[in-house]
Design a protein around this ligand. Structure first.
Ligand code: CIZ
Ligand code: SF4
Length: 319
């Protein structure tokens, strides 16, 4: 613990020297989230991170998350330096939606409004009419449906299927998925619910349909976090990345938070309830990056110009 405190203090001094701020995703290691808090930085979901990065006065934004979050920060603040602890931290949704294939898909369906999830590259966003996160996907697609628009949705098929079911919108879905959320299993969850009859079940909509159906609350990371405060239940079964337990427990120390069951077993399962890419954001890498920046995010100017349009729409819609 003493060693960690020392690490934290060294990093805070380095952040000050560089006029830098640390912004961390809820799925990062608790020690990194704690550092973000202590340093006066920020913890949030990808929508909140994007807004914070845009609005901060710091000249350098150090993004502890995955690559698309760094790219989004750069697109929204091209004048700022955006650093990441590593450039290897990616996302199965981003990887599963390469821009060349995506462009062909869009070309084949010119009559559809293109809505992409935030978990995509800047190049994919540059082709989109709208960018959404899980906190506003339902509202945006519902709005577009009411305007009579047909939607092309990418890349998460589970979230897309959920939105389609809830809104009745005409949606053509890309077939991507999140390697963390797709591991949650309905059978195990049903058994767990029977063991904890007083628990509320919280599910992120990147999870399979059968798991979503068992939920008391379906929502984005922030919406699930808020539910742990507003619901009276003493226990919660949580189907999302376990990184979020840090904030849940901090806000409600008296409540019990239980990981929803996954298909894989222990150490064999690299992605069970914790994103292996989020886990790459270690204190050591954060410190090294501030000592000698080697992982700066650059986005081509023409992509910035184009990707800004759907990203601004996202930020304005959710204001
Ligand atoms: O699954 C993710 O990576 C999420 C939920 C990102 C975000 O915060 O929107
Ligand atoms: Fe991507 Fe899933 Fe990791 Fe989020 S948790 S960054 S969606 S792989």
């Amino acid at each position: 613990r003493e060693q960690i405190e020392q690490y934290h203090e060294e990093i805070i001094a380095l952040l000050e020297q560089r006029n830098a701020t640390l912004v961390a995703h809820y799925y990062c290691d608790p020690l990194v989230q704690e550092l973000a808090e202590k340093s006066g930085g920020f913890i949030g979901d990808s929508l909140e991170m994007a807004r914070y990065g845009r609005d901060t006065d710091a000249s350098t934004v150090l993004v502890a998350g995955v690559k698309f979050m760094g790219e989004t920060a750069k697109v929204l603040s091209p004048e700022k330096q955006v650093l990441m602890p590593t450039l290897e931290a990616t996302c199965s949704l981003d990887l599963g939606c390469p821009v060349e294939e995506f462009n062909l898909f869009c070309d084949a369906h010119p009559d559809r409004t293109v809505v992409v999830y935030a978990n995509t590259s800047a190049a994919v966003k540059a082709r989109a009419d709208w960018v959404v996160t899980s906190s506003i996907a339902l509202d945006v697609c519902d709005y577009l449906d009411r305007q009579g628009e047909k939607i092309l949705w990418a890349p998460d098929q589970h979230l897309g299927g959920y939105v389609q079911k809830q809104t009745g919108a005409d949606m053509l879905l890309w077939n991507g998925s999140c390697i963390v959320h797709e591991e949650f299993r309905a059978k195990g969850l049903r058994e767990m619910k029977a063991m904890y009859p007083d628990a509320a079940v919280l599910v992120h909509p990147e999870s399979p349909d059968a798991v979503v159906e068992l939920a008391d609350v379906v929502g984005s990371t922030t919406q699930l976090l808020n539910a742990t405060e507003t619901l009276p239940n003493p226990q919660f079964i949580v189907a999302t990345d376990r990184g979020i337990f840090y904030k849940m427990q901090q806000r409600s120390p008296e409540k019990l938070f239980i990981e929803a069951p996954t298909g894989g077993q222990g150490a064999q399962c690299r992605s069970c309830a914790h994103c292996p890419w989020m886990a790459m954001n270690s204190l050591e890498r954060i410190k090294n990056e501030l000592l000698s920046p080697a992982n700066e995010i650059f986005v081509a100017p023409e992509l910035i110009t184009r990707a800004t349009i759907p990203l601004e729409r996202m930020l304005n819609f959710s204001n």
